[in-house]
Design a binder for this molecule. Structure first.
Ligand code: GDP
Ligand code: IMO
Ligand code: MG
Length: 425
């Protein structure tokens, strides 16, 4: 068996959590492969809404294995909170949740270092979620990290050594006042560790490969989006992991030939939270209309998301990097009242039009738009593609023709039920 991968093609928050929940019945295991509690994946089923940060989005279905892979960075504090919130829904994950020994731990001081680093950057700050992601991956790459497996042996000694080194950086490099933050967070962190230890801490690369050998199916769930990838995103305004499909190989221990379908998920428009370039951003009433209709406020931080038109230059780049085989279009219903809709098909830079995503997106990038008629119909109640208005079909066909990959699912509302599987010709 091969592993299918579902990942974001834009700047995150495309609706990954919702679609993973929809697709879970087809799979035996759902596996997160990178990122950490900077992610916020929203699931809405009937009247229940749950935001997940670390735990995979397969939890609403019984008897599915959920795996937190080695590529993830895990904060025991968030983990414990999430477990508690899920328990309230009557979901017990002690048997079905597996955590890689090789996943790196976010220590309380990593979060403080994140705050110190952002504050030192001043006007050039990234707009991080301040969950300790950058400092934890920095320690991992610097070969100074602490892993979940370390909780099983000599834990206190390793912890104290790391915290001491972090305090040295906070005092002597950042000159950052850390004492209160550390005092108020350490006890919670230790409690989180105790919760974590109650779950299955495993050599997950073996678990997942054994699954495949035994003909069991796996869906890998990406976090963030391709344009936030550490190598290919709008650097330095990115996250600190490989969000692209290759990240599923390194973040789970999968050989490249084990990758099957790649589901690329995108919003029918575009959003971004945090700083950094965004060529199709709308700073006018239309942007505001998208934000309000789409309830575009961060699932993790509550920050207003920046909104703009769909960008096909960026989308094609993401499709290329990930080898996307099928696309999933989200939140078209947000534009239900729009008379016309614009789509960016090129970038004009100093008089020349380019269609290839450039090295850097500077202020001189001007989007070249094609204008399409809106459908001016309420999509949220539709249940079958036969009911789609012509203009909506045309919008999807236009995108498919431009990027050369079929759209196989259209999502028309936040609820699990508002998902339309499209028949392919
Ligand atoms: P993720 O990080 O990719 O899982 O996405 P988020 O959960 O951060 O953000 C997506 C938001 O859009 C959530 O509030 C979802 O409930 C909501 N959502 C998902 N799909 C749709 C859709 O098709 N239409 C509308 N209106 N909202 C949606
Ligand atoms: P999901 O999985 C949207 C953004 C932050 C910031 C940059 C770096 O829900 O799609 P970090 O905390 O990683 O240091 O922040 O990346 N960011 C996200 N934006 N969705 C996410 O996750 C994000 N995770 C990080 O806003 O600009
Ligand atoms: Mg999100």
């Amino acid at each position: 068996m091969k592993v299918d991968v579902l990942l974001g093609l834009q700047w995150g928050d495309e609706g990954k959590g919702k679609v993973v929940d929809v697709l879970t019945p087809k799979y035996d295991m759902i596996a997160r492969f990178q990122g950490g509690p900077n992610a916020g994946h929203t699931l809405e089923v009937n009247n229940i809404k749950q935001v997940l940060h670390t735990i995979p989005s397969g939890i609403f279905h019984e008897n599915k294995v959920n795996l937190i892979g080695n590529g993830v960075v895990l904060d025991p504090v968030t983990f414990k909170k999430e477990i508690e919130s899920i328990s309230k829904l009557g979901i017990d994950l002690t048997k079905n949740l597996f955590i890689s020994k090789k996943a790196h731990l976010i220590l309380p001081t990593h979060k403080i270092l994140d705050a110190a680093s952002e504050s030192a950057k001043g006007d050039t700050k990234i707009g991080s979620t301040l969950k300790g992601i950058g400092p934890t991956y920095r320690d991992k790459i610097g070969r100074d990290g602490m892993r979940v497996g370390d909780l099983l042996e000599n834990f206190q000694e390793k912890y104290s050594t790391r915290v001491k080194a972090h305090i040295d950086q906070l005092e002597n490099y950042y000159h950052f006042d850390y004492k209160e933050m550390l005092e108020s967070s350490e006890a919670d962190w230790m409690e989180g560790v105790e919760t974590l230890k109650k779950y299955n801490i495993v050599d997950s690369e073996h678990l997942i490969n054994d699954f495949l050998t035994n003909e069991k199916s796996v869906l890998a769930e990406g976090a963030q989006g391709t344009l936030l990838d550490i190598d290919f995103g709008s650097y330095p305004f990115v996250t600190s992991s490989n969000t692209i499909c290759a990240g599923a190989c390194t973040g789970l221990g999968l050989a490249p030939q084990k990758i099957g379908n790649v589901f690329g998920i995108f919003k029918a428009y575009c959003t971004r939270v945090g700083m950094g370039p965004f060529p199709t951003e709308l700073l006018d009433e239309t942007g505001q209309k998208l934000r309000e209709a789409g309830r575009e406020y961060g699932s993790t931080t509550g920050r207003p998301r920046r909104c703009g038109w769909l960008d096909l230059v960026a989308l094609k780049y993401s499709i290329m990097l990930n080898g996307v085989t099928e696309m999933i279009m989200m939140k078209a219903d947000v534009m239900d009242t729009f008379e016309t809709i614009k789509v960016c098909v090129g970038y004009e830079i100093d008089g020349d039009v380019i269609e290839q995503f450039p090295y850097e997106l500077k202020d001189n990038v001007k989007p070249v738009y094609v204008e399409l008629p809106g459908w001016e119909t309420d999509l949220t109640k539709l249940t079958h593609q036969d009911e789609f208005p012509e203009e909506f079909n045309n919008y999807m066909s236009f995108i498919e023709d431009e990027v050369g990959v079929p759209i196989t699912i259209a999502s028309v509302g936040p609820n699990r039920a508002q998902t339309i599987i499209l028949e392919q010709e």
